[in-house]
Structures are given as C-alpha cells and as structure tokens.
Design a binder for this molecule. Structure first.
Ligand code: NAD
Length: 116
C-alpha cells in the first residue's frame, strides 16, 4: 500500500550484543579467557581483579566495550562498588556474572551476600 512503511528488524550479528558482563579474576588464566570469549560474542565486559594492572583494555571511548576494575571480591563494599561502577560505565544493568577470582580457597567471595 502506498505510504506504508515496513519495519525491518536487523538481526544482531553477535549473540551477546547489548549484554553487559562482569568477570572476576580477569587477570588470571580462566577469567582472562572467558572475558575475551564473551567480548568476541559481543558483550561489554567489566574485568575485575586484585591485579588490575595486568588487564588489557582498549582505552577510553565514549561507549567503552570493556573496563578494568580493581576489586577484592572478599570485601562486600568493593563488590558493591564493582556492580555500581559497571552499571554506570555501561549505562546498563548487568546480565552476566562470571566469578573466576580465587586462589587456594582461603579467600571468601562476598557475592553470596550481595542481593540487590
Ligand atoms: N586452572 C585450573 O586448572 C583450575 C582447576 C580447578 C579450579 N580452579 C580454580 O578456578 C579459579 C581460577 O583459576 P585460574 O587458573 O584462572 O587462576 P589464576 O590464579 O590464574 O587467576 C585467579 C585470579 O583471581 C584473582 N584473585 C584472587 N583473589 C581475588 C580476590 N579476592 N578478589 C579479586 N580477584 C582475586 C587473582 O589476582 C588472579 O588474577 C581459581 O579459584 C582456581 O583455584 C582452577
């Protein structure tokens, strides 16, 4: 019909496009690999670790695809700050959490206490 427009929904090229993830232990072997994989699938990723200087990020941009956050996940206040900063930087709620931070089991995660 003349004048009628049809909305064409362009399918997302990547399955996790528009999704926001937090990966803890992102300086370590497993966390680093998972963070990279999530990014390859289109997710924006907050990479968190005690050793944030070892995290590679692509620098600053108006719409960052990744951020590096120094956070000790055994400290509830730092976990809350990690979540808050991730939501603020990506202007989004968090969709995915991958908790790889750890050592020999002497550190205790605070994620179990985080309920908001
Ligand atoms: N690699 C394996 O084969 C294997 C097998 C079984 C279990 N795990 C467990 O899986 C987890 C990840 O393994 P990995 O090989 O990637 O270890 P990894 O040591 O390479 O990386 C762990 C990362 O966690 C960070 N981290 C430790 N405590 C933290 C804290 N309180 N807050 C924030 N970051 C902290 C460290 O700085 C490090 O970068 C570990 O808990 C490990 O014990 C690993």
């Amino acid at each position: 019909m003349a004048g009628e427009t049809t909305k064409v929904h362009k399918p997302s090229s990547l399955p996790l496009e528009g999704r926001v993830a937090i990966v803890t232990g992102a300086s370590g072997g497993i966390g680093k690999s998972i963070a990279s994989h999530l990014q390859s699938l289109g997710a924006r990723v907050a990479k968190a670790d005690l050793l944030v200087s070892e995290i590679n990020t692509s620098g600053t941009s108006p719409q960052p695809q990744e951020i590096a956050v120094r956070a000790d996940i055994s400290d509830l206040d730092q976990v809350k700050l990690l979540f808050d900063r991730t939501e603020q930087e990506f202007c989004s709620k968090i969709h995915i959490l991958v908790n790889c931070a750890g050592d020999d089991g002497s550190q205790v995660s605070s994620f179990g206490q985080y309920s908001s």
